[in-house]
Ligand binder design. Sequence first.
Ligand code: GAP
Length: 440
Amino acid sequence: MAIVTMDKIVSLCKRRGYIFQSSEIYGKLNACYDYGPLGVELKKNIKEVWWQAMVYEHDNIVGLDAAILMHPRVWEASGHVEGFHDPLVDCKQCKNRFREDEIAPEKLAIKQCPACGTKGSLTDARQFNLMFKTHMGAVEENASVIYLRPETAQGIYVNYKNVMDSSRLKIPFGIAQIGKAFRNEITPGNFIFRTREFEQMEMQFFVKPGADDAYFEEWKQKRIDFYERMGIKKNKLRFHQHGSNELAHYAKAAFDIEYEFPIGWKELEGVHNRTDFDLSRHQEYSGKDLTYFDDESRERFLPYIIETSAGVDRTLLTCLVDAYEEEELEKDTRIVLHLDPKLAPIKAAILPLVNRDGMPDIAMAIYHDTKKYMNTFYDQGGSIGRRYRRQDEAGTPYGITVDSQTLEDGTVTVRDRDTLEQIRISKDMVLNFLKDKLTQ
Ligand code: GAP
């Protein structure tokens, strides 16, 4: 079987309109990407599936959409101003920058630069804060410095009382949020795997101290099951437990869910037991009482927090990599994305076999009937074989073709992307057929 490389994914993404480099006509903006017509649909579908699994399938989880810009004290309390650093070294020879912890120890010992090989050329490490700074208001002075949030989590912590009181929630309960986050990564790269602007899907689950270990196990399992439900191959998913040297400042325990990308096993999502670290810090820095009063036990305490934190962009990359296949057919190779129909950007392509005998009109009518309910696509350009191949690359699960038999008996061909099987159904049944398939 042909190997899936990142280059093949990048090129398919550009060719089919999934993902483009940001500001390409100006020579690009490094580590920033734009989602094209298909990319934006896939992203939206991923977020919907996540929201469904987290918010709608739990009667004690609600949603939130906090602002990207927050009070600067938030980032002092969270530990980001003081601790969200990567150690940065410069090469005096070739001017490249590296994260110190990504350089092999033997090279670091002789300060040899990984890119140009010059010995003694690396500077000592400097601590580089990953938060993007900007200014609020018209005066660019220190007093007005604020940050673009580096994680969505803090928006949930500072609102937990607002949400709890207004929704009349009792622990255990969760707050879910999807939104943009920004990190001035020193070594971004590998396409959308590590970018400077990205989107997170985070859920913070508030529990009674002592119940945290059990909920941590429950959420680990639910989250890995989620990827399998999305159709991701089971043998490409695994847990990685953080050792004491990897644990973030806030975590008592942390597991990454990893996926085997073309660049190796890498983090896809983090599940963390954050204890009462965040709420106790916000309580201290804000001076506001953030304790919870438990009616049953008549106790007052700061809840512990179990966090599940996934990247939208990384999930999208996982879906593409996992779905990509180069299939050897008799005469040539077919590139196909076996995306789960729920995730596929286009649900069906509606195709007149030829551009005459009224076939385009019938196809267009089917297109208009279905487009109101789902993202279907009409295409009459080029041979039917080429049109099918374009849709295979786009990951479209069904091809609906209007042909000469349609003119006789009102049936159309339905071609299945994965099996290549073709069946005939009445043209009036297309919408119901697709609705059925998409809810399976
Ligand atoms: N609130 C906890 C938190 O932010 P994290 O492990 O730093 O934890 C969680 O990030 C997830 O966000 C990662 O597993 C990854 O999917 C995504 N992520 C983090 N940094 C990213 C970046 N620079 N580019 C793309 N995705 C990123």
